[in-house]
Every structure is written in structure tokens, then in C-alpha cells.
Design a protein around this ligand. Sequence first.
Ligand code: NI
Length: 189
Amino acid sequence: MPSPWCPDVALKAYRFAAEAHWNDALRQCVPGTNLPYLLHIGSVAMEVMAALAREDGHDGTLAVQCAYLHDTMEDTATTYDDLLVRFGAPVADGVRALTKDPTIGADQAKPDRKALQMADSLTRIRTQPPAVWMVKLADRITNLQPPPVHWSREKVSAYRQEAGRILDALSGVSPFLDQRLRDKISAYG
Ligand code: NI
């Protein structure tokens, strides 16, 4: 039995994401391409929707909203309060947990800093409802497409290991997404 979600509420979040990632001040593209970043956002929402269509018991509307909005705080001028006013506390809290804290590990070299920020975000995601965990799983599933050719073997391997840590931290709320991520990790690099 599927978990329903409300298209009208989802559309409001999708539209907000479209305007946040693509406007006069910011034309965010998928890294290494000329394609709008909304492609990434839509892909993450699609993974979440695929899980909602197969599994019951999820808060589908929360999951889909957080999927559309998951990178707005990290990548755009959007603030927590913007999300709170427009979408309410569960969505704003979920997106904040999905956002890396740039102040963490500021004195560390880039790989260590990124690892600390990811670990911190995973800890915060685990305090959120399962719908938020699903978005992080869907985000990494989406990002485990073939790596850019200029990435070193070390970088590819580190990204694969980080995906394993995400799976370890967040598995158990969606068997479908767990299996999707496991398969993507096996096929990666
Ligand atoms: Ni993302």
C-alpha cells in the first residue's frame, strides 16, 4: 500500500525551489553541465516518490516537500525563517538538518572538514522524522551517477565510502531506498 502525498503542497515547494535555484542573482547548474540544478532536485523528489509508491506508513507530503527544498538553505539565499513562514516547522527543521553547517571543521583541510560536516548533518537528520532520512538516501542515490572524468581514484573511492556511511546511519526507514543505495554503491566507480 502506497503512502499518499498532496500534489498542491508539493507543487508549492517545487516552484519555490525553481525560483530559489534559478533567478537573476543565481543560475545554479548541475556541476560540470549547463543543465539547471532543478534537474538534481527533481531527481531526488522522484526517488522519494518511487519509495512512497511502494511503501506504506510514510509521511509522503513531508518527504516530498523536503526533497524539493533540500538544497535551498545550503545553496541559495533561502533562510530557515523563509521556510518556516512558507512551509511550517517540520519542513524547515527537516531542510535545516539536511544542510551542512559551514562553521564545523573550519580549521581543517577540505576532506576532513567535509567529513565532519557530513557526520554532523547525519546526526541531526537522525533526530528528524523518517521522511527526512528518506531525502538524504534519495540525494545520495541521485549523486551516485558515474563520477566526473576529472575525479581522481581517491576522490571516487572517498565518495563511495561516504555513501556507505550514509547508508549505515540512515538505513531501516525505507527498504526500497536502502536497496537502491546499496545497488548504486556496488556499481559506483
Ligand atoms: Ni542534493
